[in-house]
Structure formats: structure tokens, C-alpha cells
Design a protein around this ligand. Structure first.
Ligand SMILES: O=C(O)C(=O)Cc1ccccc1
Length: 292
């Protein structure tokens, strides 16, 4: 199987892919939309992209593509611990405090605000398509006093020196990655990372109406369907118009979820099931070094 992921080599997404699919061929794509396109174009069998970070919230481009651009079911989810390190070209290690520009993925920059504010106050932060792309840039520009925020594997792969370890603002830093596919693929569940099943639905409320969201939540509540997430995203049709993305903590069944969907439709909502899938938790705190 070919697994497309947000690359280049040594992104956090790469680490997620290698831990979930250690024997498969991992194919890097430079951006999240490129991963979606590769899946639609059947270049790959599965696509893995970041969805949500515990410190910074949703990766909006992933959600927006899922909602507006593509019709790709979610077939799995992996949550992994995230350690961010500050790294520079080895020639700049001693003078790392004189770094004059920091590169990283916008989520990684946001996860390390306290470090940046304290140790590199006021210097510009440039956002890159991924943390590993930032590490690659720093490697390719040894003459610049540039630093990257990325993981330990990226430091190894791109030959950078870690100047400060664990610079993320809060210790509990985890990211959720989703697996998408338009093929009939089942992910092996017989493994220690397996944690359960969930079903994700997208609900659009009828025209602005008092209590509409309350009615939506009641349809789940009286059926004792446990919701683990509810998030709104703009419909992009006008201020105040939102979709709701709701995670239900169970596998799609023949009774309760179809019943809730029918009730929501009777209320005038439109409902789309984005996927019913297994989820996994990676417990290892260390970013395991990948062997090619
Ligand atoms: O840029 C990466 O390495 C990614 O895989 C996206 C990301 C960015 C920050 C935290 C977790 C994942």
C-alpha cells in the first residue's frame, strides 16, 4: 500500500505514518491539499494529514478541504505526543541566541510562543508548509542565522543541532492525525495503540432559529450517544453561518446513529457522515528514529 502524507521526510505526520503503517510505502507530499489531490487522483491508497493539536486547535486547512473541497471518508485516526525542539545549523550552535529568523509550521510556532517570547524576543517567525520543511530550509541555508522548530528526527535527517529541547509551552502537547481513503481499506485493530471507534458527522443547522443547536444535541443526548467533540467552522456563505463537526464515541450502528440522523433531518438539518473508524493512541514520548 502507498500512504501519502504531509512531508517532507521527518514531519510529525511522517512519524505518525511510520508508527501506524510500518511496513507500507510512505510517499511525501509538500502540502496538505497535495495529499488530498494525490488521494483523489488515485496515486496513493491512503492519505494521512494533521487534523487537530491539543495546544493550538484545529488545522483549518484540513477541515476546510474535508468540508468544502473533497468527498473522502475518514477511515482512521491517530493521536501522537508532540515534542518540539529548537534547532540550528551546527555551525551556528554556539550563537543560537543570535538567530534572526525562525522557521516552522504555524502550529509549531504557536505551540512554542513562551519560548520564542523569552529567548528570541521580537525576531520574525516565518511559517513553512511543515516543521520538516523548515528544518530542510535551515540545512540548505547555512549562511543565514536561521533556526527551525521541528522534531528530533528532523534534526537527524537534516543534520541540524538541537539548541533547546522541549520548547513547547505545555507538556501535554498531542496532535491528532486522520487517515483518509476512497478505497475499501480496513486498518488493523489488533495492536496496543487501538483505543476504540468513533463516528464523525457534519451537521448544518436550518435557518437561524432559537434552540436549534440545543435540539441537535438533544437528539444525541436522549440516545445516550457520547459526544467527544463539537466544533464549528464557517460555511463561507456569510458571517454567522456555520457547520458543526461532531464526533460520536461509537462505531456506526443500525439503530442509534441512523435514528439520530433521521431526527436531525426531520428538524431541517442536513447531515453528512464523514466516517466511522478506529482510533489509535501512540504512547511513546520519544520520536523513534526511522530506519529506511
Ligand atoms: O509539520 C509537521 O511536522 C506536521 O506534521 C504538522 C504538524 C505541525 C505541528 C505539530 C504537529 C503536526
Amino acid at each position: 500500500m502507498k500512504i501519502g502524507f504531509l512531508g517532507p521526510k521527518a514531519t510529525f505526520t511522517d512519524i505518525a505514518v511510520r508508527s501506524l503503517f510500518p511496513k507500507e510505502t510512505a510517499v511525501p507530499y509538500p502540502t496538505i491539499p497535495a495529499c488530498f489531490d494525490a488521494m483523489i487522483g488515485n496515486e496513493i491508497d491512503l492519505a494521512v494529514v494533521p487534523l487537530e493539536n491539543a495546544l493550538e486547535g484545529s488545522v483549518n486547512i484540513t477541515l476546510d478541504y474535508l468540508i468544502h473541497e473533497v468527498d473522502l471518508p475518514i477511515v482512521g485516526e491517530l493521536t501522537a505526543p508532540i515534542r518540539q525542539h529548537f534547532m540550528v545549523h551546527p555551525g551556528n550552535l554556539e550563537d543560537w541566541a543570535e538567530t534572526d529568523v525562525v522557521y516552522s509550521h504555524s502550529h509549531a510556532i504557536a505551540q512554542c510562543h513562551k519560548f520564542l517570547h523569552k529567548e528570541l524576543k521580537g525576531i520574525p517567525c516565518e511559517s513553512t508548509t511543515s516543521t520538516a520543511a523548515a528544518a530542510q530550509y535551515v540545512k540548505d541555508h547555512p549562511g543565514e542565522k536561521a533556526g527551525a522548530i521541528a522534531n528530533e528526527l528532523a534534526a537527524q535527517v537534516y543534520g541540524l543541532a538541537i539548541a533547546k529541547e522541549d520548547i513547547h509551552d505545555f507538556d501535554f502537547n498531542h496532535t491528532k492525525f486522520i487517515v483518509l481513503s476512497n478505497k475499501k481499506i480496513t486498518i488493523e485493530e489488533d495492536r496496543e495503540e487501538f483505543s476504540g471507534h468513533k463516528t464523525t458527522v457534519m451537521v448544518t443547522l436550518p435557518a437561524d432559529r432559537a434552540g436549534a443547536l440545543h435540539q441537535v444535541l438533544s437528539a444525541f443526548a436522549w440516545r445516550k450517544l457520547n459526544l467527544t467533540k463539537i466544533e464549528s467552522r464557517p460555511m463561507k456563505t456569510g458571517l454567522g453561518n456555520y457547520f458543526f463537526i461532531i464526533d460520536i464515541d461509537m462505531k456506526q450502528d443500525d439503530v442509534l446513529i441512523p435514528g439520530a440522523v433521521a431526527e436531525l433531518e426531520a428538524l431541517g438539518c442536513s447531515v453528512k457522515i464523514l466516517g466511522s473508524y478506529p482510533y489509535f493512541h501512540l504512547h511513546k514520548k520519544e520520536n523513534k528514529v526511522l530506519q529506511d
